[in-house]
Design a protein around this ligand. Sequence first.
Ligand SMILES: Cc1cc2nc3c(=O)[nH]c(=O)nc-3n(C[C@H](O)[C@H](O)[C@H](O)COP(=O)(O)OP(=O)(O)OC[C@H]3O[C@@H](n4cnc5c(N)ncnc54)[C@H](O)[C@@H]3O)c2cc1C
Length: 393
Amino acid sequence: MVVRTQVGIIGAGPAGLLLSHLLHLEGIESVIVEARSRDYVEHRVRAGVLEHGPVQLLKRAGVGERLVREGLEHHGIELRFGGRGHRIDFPSLTGGRSITVYGQQEVVKDLIQARLDAGGTIEFEAVDVGIDDVDSATPRVHWHKDDVPQVLACDIVAGCDGFHGICRPSIPGFERAVFERTYPFAWLGILAKAAPSRDELIYANHERGFALYAMRSPKITRLYLQVPPEEDIANWPDDRIWQELHTRLEIDDGWKLNEGPVLEKGITPMRSYVCERMQHGQLYLAGDAAHIVPPTGAKGMNLAIADVYVLSRALAAFFKSGNRDALAAYSQTCLARVWRAEHFSWWMTSMLHRFPGDDGFQQRLQRSQLDYTVASSAAAASLAENYVGLPLE
Ligand SMILES: Cc1cc2nc3c(=O)[nH]c(=O)nc-3n(C[C@H](O)[C@H](O)[C@H](O)COP(=O)(O)OP(=O)(O)OC[C@H]3O[C@@H](n4cnc5c(N)ncnc54)[C@H](O)[C@@H]3O)c2cc1C
């Protein structure tokens, strides 16, 4: 069966769902094809920090009601090193901007609900998804549903299928330049049923390795530890995780880390990756399909949102007046922001982690940079400006 739409979107993560919603607001039809079930994507715990611009965009687009009600607005972060905490105040350094802690899975739930309420189509549990003829004016997306072949004929295909998806490899190798760094460590993350014991995120540089203290709600804490890249989660029973968190987050002001049952744990590799360009024929990549960052700068979901904002506006211009200028500039427009986020994420990662084999040189550079960042308002402003994110416009 062949169904026709204007934009075929592959992937129902933040990028694909928000793109579909923004296109709907512009009167443009789309269909989302997703490999996983609705339940799976709505409960996949990943990022949780929204920059200022994406929060404003979600509110403007009418999908920010629960975000405003349940999201936790933060006005700063703490850098913790040498047994002391140093707060970076966002509003005073960035002209009043802030970030909001709101789980990625909550953004996904809100967007799925909005699409379904508006009569949108999301094909969950699609098997063997593929794309054909992206070089032509009539590209197609195909998949199987309950063993029955399905085909979507469209004008444009949006590849929003994450880092391991099928869209990026569809761009011929000679058109794709890849820039990549793999870090010699990973993050062990836990989600714990424990009330946050601090209102803001804590980034700790400790001689035993990096630790991040974060939260997802007034009852749930999210915590991370730097571990070796090939670490086996079986080596980390809950007691060991808590002990290590206490050690790395220790401070001399009487602050205490709340413990609670561990609801989820996993290990995430750390990598920087950019595919240039982000477009081929009628195929446009967005979000993790085109680039990933180490999570230290909290940029992954925000970049995905920024990409689809640019793409939705370019597609609106194309479908309303046939003007392809913004579509032609899509890669270039997005990559400027992507590389800023790549640099910031690499910089935060380099400043905060222990590097295997370091003879003390890097550690001293880190300490110097940390001291400077908390002592100089210009250095603190640079961190704050990047953390709250550059304006989307
Ligand atoms: C394990 C993990 C942990 C992370 N943790 C953090 C964190 O703690 N902090 C942080 O800031 N960032 C984190 N990130 C990064 C952040 O979550 C991503 O940047 C964000 O999800 C990007 O959104 P996206 O829509 O581009 O991609 P995704 O969210 O990956 O969505 C892609 C969608 O495409 C679907 N898909 C894949 N292949 C196909 C196919 N062939 N056909 C159809 N559908 C397909 C997937 O099921 C998925 O629903 C994490 C990422 C991962 C992978």
